[in-house]
Ligand binder design. Structure first.
Ligand code: IPM
Ligand code: MN
Length: 345
């Protein structure tokens, strides 16, 4: 396996080191070859480069990418807001056609959750958000007129193509057949009539091909209520890019926190490498202190293994994470968590 590694900024390199430790332990020696790429705030500060074309071309040849986090400390530099997010993270998602942004949430026994015991007792909390990753409000489609004047108009126009919606909805149904056979579409088609209409129609068309899968629809505001009052009702949620961004932070918060939340940016055809990353950011306030939880990165490694067809190895990492979480007592250093999980795979 040729793995491209982007540790990035803040706690990124620390948590990625633990992900690689577990990856090596589960695959055995000589299976994974890593190439490290120096990208992120510090490179930009040194060279003014965010993601040179030559690096993008090289990354395209990897089997997969493991990414830590990007983003400088607020106020620490003169780095323009969003430069790294759009120039690096989103650029990779768009360039490598990461249509499916996969974000599983599972409440492990022993995890700390703000959910009430009554809510937890309703059933197993184990769902996956299939977030569209290449369209919607993330495309940079829009502009500003009369900037800086009292008459300024600022537009961001959401892009939704039948092609893009269909492939992500199809992925959600396929995934549901390997899980508990239920897909919930989340949108806001009572207000967003154009995009919502397209999502609704495509969802119904694809659903007709999967008679064994139960379907459900929630407006996004109602979905936030159910994520807190009855998350056990969800199996697969499919939604657009921005709704998915917001819902998955909430999903992480109710299932043990952002330190556990993994993700995969999947290229559905395999034409480009898929990219795996913890959902959390670079957390510059705790960088270098060995206190960040690497579990989200380690679980992202499980998603990576699964995506590359190494299902047994993926399951072993998942089991090891589960065992480690169930045995957790106090806070351990970042590397100690990695050591413990690596010893369990
Ligand atoms: C995420 C992040 C990114 C997003 C940001 C950093 C651009 O919040 O991966 O969820 O909005 O997709
Ligand atoms: Mn986010």
């Amino acid at each position: 396996m040729n793995l491209a590694v982007i540790g990035g900024d803040g706690i990124g390199p620390e948590v990625v080191a633990e992900g690689l430790k577990v990856l090596d332990a589960v695959t055995g020696p000589g299976v994974v070859t890593t190439t490290h790429y120096d990208l992120g705030a510090s490179r930009w500060q040194r060279t003014g480069e965010v993601l040179p074309d030559s690096v993008l071309t090289e990354l395209a040849t990897a089997d997969a990418i493991l990414l830590g986090a990007v983003g400088a400390a607020p106020g620490a530099t003169d780095i323009p807001s969003g430069l790294l997010e759009r120039g690096l993270l989103l650029k990779l998602r768009f360039a490598f056609d990461h249509a499916v942004n996969l974000r599983p949430s599972k409440l492990y026994p022993g995890s700390v959750t703000p959910l009430s015991p009554e809510v937890v007792a309703k059933g197993e909390i184990d769902f996956v958000v299939v977030r569209e990753g290449t369209e919607g409000l993330y495309c940079g489609n829009g502009g500003v007129v009369r900037a800086g004047t009292p008459a300024e108009i600022a537009n961001e126009v959401s892009v939704n193509t039948a092609y893009g919606v269909e492939r992500v909805v199809r992925d959600a149904f396929e995934r549901a057949t390997r899980r508990r056979n239920k897909v919930t579409l989340v949108h806001k088609h009572n207000v967003l009539v154009n995009a919502g209409g397209l999502w609704k129609r495509v969802f119904a068309e694809v659903a007709a091909e999967y008679p064994g899968v139960t379907t459900d629809y929630l407006h996004v505001d109602a979905a936030t209520i159910f994520l807190v009052t009855d998350p056990a009702r969800f199996d697969v949620i499919v939604t657009d890019n921005l709704f998915g961004d917001i819902l998955t932070d909430l999903a992480a918060a109710v299932t043990g926190g952002i330190g556990l939340a993994a993700s995969g940016n999947i290229n559905p055809t395999g034409a480009f490498p898929s990219m795996f990353e913890p959902i959390h950011g670079s957390a510059p306030d705790i960088a270098g202190k060995q206190i960040a939880d690497p579990t989200a990165t380690i679980s992202s490694v499980a998603l990576l293994l699964d995506h590359l067809g190494m299902h047994d190895e993926a399951a072993r990492v998942e089991q090891a994470v589960l065992a480690d979480l169930s045995a957790r007592t106090g806070h351990r250093p970042t590397a100690a968590v990695g050591d413990a999980i690596a010893a369990l795979v």
